[in-house]
Each structure stands twice: as structure tokens, then as C-alpha cells.
Write a protein that binds this ligand. Structure first.
Ligand code: SF4
Ligand code: SF4
Ligand code: SF4
Length: 832
């Protein structure tokens, strides 16, 4: 067929359906070559249908795939024949359809801007914002709304539009506007948004992201309401209300005349923290609406965490956190602090973290195995009662009882040494809680439904209960000489085991360990200094997980094993410090996505900086949340070191040591030694603040004592270690002969009770021999004193370094430095 006839057929094939389309719609090219003209946005075919050219609109990104063999014209846009290959254009719209389509592209319906949360809260900031919205809703003037990322500036713009209730709302995302802005300002023979939109509001969102060539045109529109219409080739007046939003307060925006463009500054969430509570309540109501579920309660600790957080992404981040916590929450539960995954903001310090599970893949396999279950329920469960009975019925003095030696000379120094390496790991192998678990498993096996934790009450009173219990135990230890009275030491163990059993009898998981156990409180405090941590990658948890088995527990899934979830109700993605992680690795076993990490880290970064090995420029936002009862516990533990040397203190004060023979005086002095250091430090802090206010009223005062007080943590830990070093270096080496003496005690008892029993005297002789022969050893006093001295010097050094980071350079911070040196000097006198 001649080529010309072919073309006729082609044109007919294309344009007959096209003409038909004006009645019915539906149009397609078939594969062939057609003459055409094109500019960037449309392909014009050389026929006229009705009044309009027949135009195939091209997408902004260029020529559709179906059009090939483009040839650039001599100048400007391509022209000449092109091969058109099944370009399915659906329909060729009329001008009015095109206008509608363009408008609807920018028009926002109410369903698109839901959830429109409004301005929540009763702070002065939110009241001002509400007033500004009302005022600007009444006028036609332009508005510039600026504020940090996530402050919901767009929502404010919508509120202004809706309070105005006039015309439609058009939303232009400035980051996506093309260089020429043809869709906004139009192009030759083609109207843009501003030409077509007759009345309403146009929001230029993120105007600071608009390309520089277009910005003056948008600003002109905002200031004068005029713009250059390219389609009509004239300056036009727009009836639209213009609202600009911006994150960056650029120099160009600063030049906008305030009488023409009202400026609204949206405050960051961190400066209107009092609004957070209302926002949370609102969001929880919104999430539960229509679900038939009750509105969950938010625990005070959780609210405190939110109010302490800086929200780099502002309101948007808050709502995300609440939505995520709601998804994570157990049905019928409440929002706890562990469900709020505030971003871990120690990015600089993350550089110093090494995931040990990646470095040693064998470690992952080991930790995922059932080694802990075997150790706890295969060995310790049976060994612990033997130990307790030994203390009860064995010899009662330290030098005779093997159990007492283990408890005071091995366990105490040993646990103090594990803190800097493994944090709260003792709690993973603790025999007290093993019995709590035994009881709980039995109860659940009997069909009992355990209660949820009364988190609100526990958070309010638990830490103080723990503190008072520890105070009572320390007084008991001093007044009844527990160290040298085996059955009382045994009662102490039973007391803590009893607490663990009662907690586990009534409540699910390990409520005793999380809130009430005095040893757990101490472990949690010292674990802040640890070199290791367990965390999970927040980003991956958010992106890849919808089961949260680490937290909730659940069946096996992928690599994850069946577990009951974290025994402390901690979520590894939300852990901000080591306080509430007992390193039981349940989450590691439960996680199907391998996101749990065991990190080696710089010590002290729970406080936002590595204080043991100060690295310049690594100060960051603190993760740990200070609390008054925890700080009180810290100073109580410092007081305990002084209390252990009460007699020396009395002698040092020039009083006769017989003073302590009087029980009442002894009690009073013991209480004074326990509480004295804390009270002294607090009074010195008040003095420093008072002097600072008096002499330097204009200058920065010291950080809050609740934060600053943690500078004394290394001092407390290392002073305790220095005290127990003597037991560890001198008495621990006597454990085997002491074991022989304990055995002799029982054999002697047997000989007395059953003199007819054969072999008792032989056994006594052999044990006597063993007592001498068994290996034993004690470090010489000089070595012990040297090591204690080194530990105390380190204590002072680390405390001063930490104080430097926490206390800044405020005037009279030196008073705290002097107090640290004074306390160290006194400890030196007492311990060495
Ligand atoms: S918190 Fe107390 S009872 Fe619980 S595991 Fe730790 S030491 Fe044992
Ligand atoms: S740690 Fe694992 S189980 Fe837990 S939320 Fe993250 S991905 Fe899910
Ligand atoms: S389950 Fe994980 S987060 Fe919870 S205590 Fe154990 S190790 Fe820590």
C-alpha cells in the first residue's frame, strides 16, 4: 500500500474514535508514524475537532513511552513526524475538563486532611495560636506560618481556611513544583492554577523549598495579590487568600512586609510541654473511636517521659509515638513508658558501640540457647535451699560458716565487679526470683489468671518502698551484725525471696524485680555505668515488626522462639538506659527479625557522655531519667560505706567506742551515718546555689540537683568496692578451709547426737587435716591497702569528671568538687 494511503488510514483510525470520543470518551493511537507538534506539556495533532485542537497532554516528566523517535526541531521543542505506538490516552479532555482536573489536583477535600487535630492544650502558646487562627480566618490578607519540622504548620493553614469558610482549599507542595511553575502560573495558551481558581485559599506549603526563580512570583502574590498570567499575558489580581508555610526563616521571607503578610510562629513542642497531656488524651480518644475499646490510660511515668523528651520532629513525632504505643499495647492495658520509643539521641556516641552479636556470631547462638533456663532451674533452684539451710543450721560465725563466706566475701565484691561489665546481669541468675518463677509457673499451670501490674501506684510508691526497705536492711545489718550471724543472713535472703514469691503469686511477670526489690534497685543504679547494653534497632522494629514478641511474648515465628515476653515489661527498642534490663535475653530469643543487639559501649553514655574515658565532642542528650528516690538510694549506698565503719567514725570523733553498746545510741548513729552523706551533699548544693545567686545573679546556676547528684555515682560504687575489697582479697581465699570447718561442725554435731554412728571421729580428723591442707590464701595487707587506695583515687577522679560534665562551669560548682574530695579523704581514712 502506498505510504500516503497508509497515513490516511492511520489518521482515520486515530481520529474517528477521537471524534466519537466527544460523545462517548475512549481513545487510542495505533502503532504508526504521525506528523505532530509538541511542546513540553502537550502533543498537538494536525486536525481540528470542533473548536479545539486535539491535544494529548504529556506528563511533566516528558514524552510518554508510546511516542518514539523524537526529533528536536531547529529551535526549541521537538517537531516533525514521530512514531506513535499505542499511546493510550484514554480520552482527550476538553478545556474545561482540563481546568477541573488541574484544580482538583491541588484541591484538598476535608477527607484528605483528616485527622485534623486542631490546636490542643491550654498553654499560653496554644491560646495565642487559636486567637491568631480566628483573626486570620476573618481577613483576606496573606499569612506566613513558620516553625520547625513537624509542628503541623499545614494544619494551621487548613484551620485558617476552614474558619474562613470561603471557596476551596488549594494545596501546593512547593518542593514538587516544576522550575517554570507552569501548573501554578500557567503557560502560553494554557491556564494555571491561579488563573482557574476563582475563590478560596491557596497554601504554598514549604515555600522555602520553592525554586529560587519562582519564589519572587509567589511572594509578590502574597504581598500584592497579583501575578503575571502567562496564558493571558497580563498582570492579574487573584482573589485567593494566600498562606505560606516555611521551616527555614530565610532572609527573603524576613523581608515580607508585616502589614501585608501576617506572620505566625508555631512554637516547637518542647516549649509547650504542658500541652502534651491534652494531645495524648486526644489522640488516644481518636484511636479508640469506633473500635468499642476503652480509652487506654497513660501512666504518669510515660507522660513524664514524653514531657522530658525534646521531640525533634515535634507534634508529628508525638502522634507517631502514641499511635505506635497504642499498636504495641496489650488489649486492656495502659500506655507505659516502655511503649514510647522516643528516639535514641546519642548518635555521636553510637560510634563507640560495637554489636557483639555481629562480631561473635557464636555468642548469638549461645544466648539464644536454653543455657539460662538450665542454670536457673537445673542447678540454682536446688542449690539455693541447701545454701539457706546451711546458714540456718550451720555454724553462725563468719570464720566457720562456708555459706557466710560465700555471701559476704564472694557475692558482695563479685556483684560490685560485675556492674561495670554486665550491668544488671545478676538479676538474670538470681535465686530469689527463680522461686518467684517457680510459683508463677505453678499458678498458671493451675489455671490462675495473674493480675496486671498496678503501674500507676507502683511508679509512685515502688521506688520509695524499695528505698525504705534497703534502709531497714542496712540498719538491720549494722545493729544485728548480719555479716557474722549466719541465720540472720539467711533471713535476709528469705525476706527478698518472699517478696519475689508474693509479687509473682499475684501479678504477671516480675513486678518485684521491676519496682520493689532493694537489690534490684541497687543493681539498676550501678548498671547505668556498664560497658554493655542490650538494645534493639528502633528503625527496624518500626519498619519490620507488627508482632512485638520481644515485649508481648508469643509463639515461635521465624528465628524467634516462643516466650512470654520481657519479664520486666521493657521493650528493647525503648530502653533509654540499663536500669530496667536484667539481661535475661528473652527478647533476643523471641525476636524474629534479628534486630536485638548486645552492644559494647563507652561507659556512662546512659548519661549522654562517656565519663570514664572522656572523648572530646561526645556530649549528647542524656538518656537516663533522674528520679528523687533513685538519687536518695545512691546516697544511701554511699552512707552504707560510712556505716560499715561506724566504730572508726566514733573513735575518730573522739568518743569512746563503748558508745555503740547502747542500742538506741547505736541505732541513731547508724541512721546518721547512712543518711548523713546525702544530707551533707544536699546542704552543700544549697550553699553553692545560694552563693551563686548572691554573687552572680546573672550567670548560669548549677544544674538541677536531681541531675547533678548522679556525679556521686562512681564515688558510691567504687567506695563500696574499696570496702568489700578487703573481704574479697583477704577472707574469700579462706573459703575452702571454712568449708572444712563447716563440715567439721556437722560431723561434731552428728557425733554428739549419734555417738554410735561409725566413722565420725575419723571424719573429724580428716576434716581437721583438710582445713590445714586445702589451698587458701589472702592478699598481704599492704597489697589490699594499695588496691583500696587506687580504687578510691579512681572514685574521686571519675566523680570529678562526671561532675564536670553534669555541672558545667557554673559558679560555685567547685563546692561540689570540694565535697567529693572531702568525702574521698574521709573514706580513705576509714577504709585504709
Ligand atoms: S530484682 Fe531482686 S529478686 Fe529480682 S532478680 Fe534482681 S535481685 Fe533477684
Ligand atoms: S525487637 Fe524484634 S520482636 Fe521486638 S519489636 Fe523489634 S523486631 Fe519486633
Ligand atoms: S527481655 Fe530483653 S529487654 Fe527485657 S529484661 Fe530481658 S534482656 Fe532486657
Amino acid at each position: 500500500m502506498p505510504r500516503r494511503i497508509q497515513r490516511v488510514w492511520l489518521v482515520l483510525a486515530i481520529f474517528l474514535p477521537c471524534l466519537h470520543r466527544f460523545a462517548t470518551g475512549g481513545f487510542a493511537f495505533t502503532s504508526s508514524t504521525v506528523p505532530w507538534r509538541a511542546d513540553r506539556a502537550r502533543l498537538t495533532l494536525p486536525l481540528r475537532a470542533g473548536k479545539d485542537d486535539i491535544v494529548v497532554r504529556l506528563p511533566d516528566e516528558g514524552i510518554p513511552e508510546g511516542v518514539r523517535k523524537l526529533r528536536p526541531g531547529p529551535e526549541g521543542p521537538p517537531s516533525g513526524p514521530a512514531e506513535v505506538d499505542k499511546v493510550n490516552v484514554g480520552c482527550l479532555p476538553t478545556s474545561s475538563e482540563l481546568s477541573d482536573r488541574l484544580l482538583s489536583e491541588y484541591m484538598l477535600g476535608s477527607n484528605q486532611i483528616l485527622p485534623l487535630r486542631g490546636i490542643l492544650g491550654g498553654s499560653a502558646y496554644s491560646k495565642t495560636l487559636r486567637k491568631q487562627v480566628r483573626q486570620n480566618g476573618k481577613s483576606n490578607g496573606s499569612v506566613l506560618i513558620f516553625g520547625e519540622q513537624g509542628t503541623k504548620k499545614d494544619m494551621l493553614a487548613f484551620l485558617i481556611h476552614y474558619s474562613r469558610a470561603k471557596g476551596s482549599l488549594y494545596f501546593v507542595d512547593c518542593g514538587g513544583v516544576s522550575v517554570k511553575g507552569a501548573r501554578i502560573f500557567g503557560r502560553a495558551r494554557s491556564s494555571g492554577l491561579l488563573d482557574l481558581a476563582s475563590e478560596g485559599t491557596v497554601v504554598f506549603n514549604d515555600v522555602d523549598k520553592l525554586n529560587k526563580a519562582l519564589l519572587p512570583r509567589v511572594l509578590q502574590l502574597a504581598v500584592n495579590g497579583t501575578y503575571w498570567s502567562k496564558a493571558q499575558q497580563k498582570e492579574k489580581q487573584s482573589k485567593l487568600k494566600v498562606i505560606l508555610t516555611a521551616e527555614q526563616w530565610s532572609s527573603v521571607l524576613q523581608l515580607l512586609p508585616k502589614n501585608k503578610v501576617v506572620q505566625i510562629k508555631v512554637p516547637a513542642l518542647r516549649v509547650r510541654r504542658s500541652d502534651i497531656s491534652s494531645m495524648v488524651q486526644y489522640e488516644l480518644r481518636r484511636l479508640t473511636r469506633g473500635t468499642g475499646r476503652p480509652i487506654p490510660e497513660i501512666q504518669p511515668e510515660a507522660l513524664k517521659r514524653l514531657q522530658a523528651y525534646d521531640f525533634p520532629n515535634n507534634v508529628e513525632e508525638l502522634f507517631f509515638l502514641i499511635d505506635n504505643a497504642y499498636r504495641n499495647m496489650e488489649p486492656g492495658g495502659s500506655i507505659t513508658a516502655d511503649l514510647l520509643w522516643t528516639a535514641q539521641s546519642v548518635q555521636k556516641l553510637d560510634l563507640f558501640k560495637v554489636n557483639l552479636l555481629e562480631v561473635y556470631p557464636g555468642l548469638r547462638r549461645f544466648l539464644q540457647s536454653d543455657w539460662l533456663e538450665r542454670l536457673n532451674h537445673g542447678f540454682t533452684k536446688y542449690a539455693f535451699p541447701v545454701f539457706v539451710i546451711l546458714l540456718f543450721i550451720g555454724p553462725q560465725t563468719f570464720s566457720q560458716n562456708f555459706g557466710l563466706n560465700l555471701f559476704w566475701a564472694w557475692w558482695w565484691p563479685g556483684i560490685l565487679l560485675t556492674y561495670p561489665i554486665l550491668g544488671r546481669f545478676w538479676c538474670a541468675v538470681c535465686p530469689f526470683m527463680i522461686y518467684g518463677e517457680v510459683v508463677q509457673r505453678w499458678r498458671v499451670g493451675q489455671g490462675a489468671v495473674l493480675q496486671k501490674w498496678p503501674t500507676k501506684q507502683l511508679e509512685a510508691y515502688g521506688p520509695w518502698f524499695l528505698y525504705l526497705l534497703f534502709l531497714a536492711i542496712l540498719l538491720w545489718e549494722e545493729l544485728w551484725v548480719l555479716e557474722n550471724t549466719a541465720y540472720l543472713s539467711s533471713w535476709l535472703l528469705l525476706l527478698i525471696t518472699f517478696g519475689a514469691i508474693v509479687g509473682s503469686w499475684f501479678y504477671e511477670r516480675r513486678v518485684w524485680c521491676r519496682y520493689l526489690c532493694p537489690i534490684g534497685g541497687m543493681n539498676g543504679l550501678y548498671a547505668l555505668l556498664a560497658l554493655t547494653e542490650l538494645r534493639s534497632q528502633q528503625g527496624e522494629c518500626k519498619a519490620s515488626c507488627d508482632t512485638f514478641h520481644c515485649y508481648k511474648g508469643g509463639p515461635a515465628e521465624g528465628e524467634g522462639q516462643e516466650t512470654n515476653g520481657c519479664p520486666l515489661y521493657s521493650h528493647p527498642a525503648s530502653l533509654k538506659d540499663n536500669k530496667n534490663c536484667v539481661l535475661c535475653f528473652t527478647c533476643l530469643r523471641a525476636c524474629p527479625h534479628r534486630t536485638v543487639q548486645v552492644n559494647l559501649r563507652a561507659p556512662g553514655i546512659d548519661f549522654g557522655f562517656p565519663f570514664l574515658f572522656p572523648i572530646p565532642g561526645t556530649s549528647s542528650a542524656r538518656q537516663h531519667e533522674s528520679s528523687a528516690p533513685e538519687l536518695a538510694l545512691l546516697f544511701l549506698l554511699l552512707g552504707a560505706v560510712f556505716c560499715h565503719h561506724l566504730q572508726d567514725l566514733v573513735v575518730q570523733a573522739g568518743a569512746p567506742d563503748t558508745l555503740l553498746d547502747d542500742f538506741a545510741v547505736h541505732s541513731a548513729l547508724a541512721a546518721a551515718a547512712l543518711l548523713g552523706p546525702g544530707i551533707f551533699v544536699w546542704m552543700m548544693d544549697r550553699l553553692a546555689r545560694g552563693l551563686s545567686a548572691l554573687f552572680y545573679p546573672e550567670q548560669k546556676v548549677l544544674n538541677d540537683f536531681l541531675d547533678l547528684g548522679y556525679a556521686y555515682l562512681p564515688l558510691t560504687w567504687l567506695a563500696s568496692l574499696a570496702h568489700y575489697l578487703k573481704l574479697g582479697l583477704v577472707d574469700a581465699g579462706q573459703v575452702l578451709p571454712t568449708a572444712a570447718r563447716t563440715a567439721s561442725f556437722f560431723v561434731a554435731g552428728l557425733a554428739e547426737w549419734a555417738p554410735w554412728a561409725p566413722g565420725t571421729s575419723f571424719a573429724q580428723e580428716q576434716l581437721k587435716f583438710l582445713e590445714e591442707a586445702l589451698p587458701h590464701g589472702s592478699a598481704p595487707p599492704d597489697v589490699v591497702a594499695f588496691l583500696q587506695g587506687v580504687v578510691l583515687l579512681l572514685a574521686a577522679t571519675f566523680a570529678l569528671l562526671k561532675l564536670g560534665k553534669l555541672g558545667g562551669r557554673a559558679p560555685f560548682a567547685w563546692i561540689h568538687q570540694a565535697v567529693i574530695l572531702l568525702l574521698t579523704y574521709e573514706l580513705w581514712q576509714l577504709i585504709l
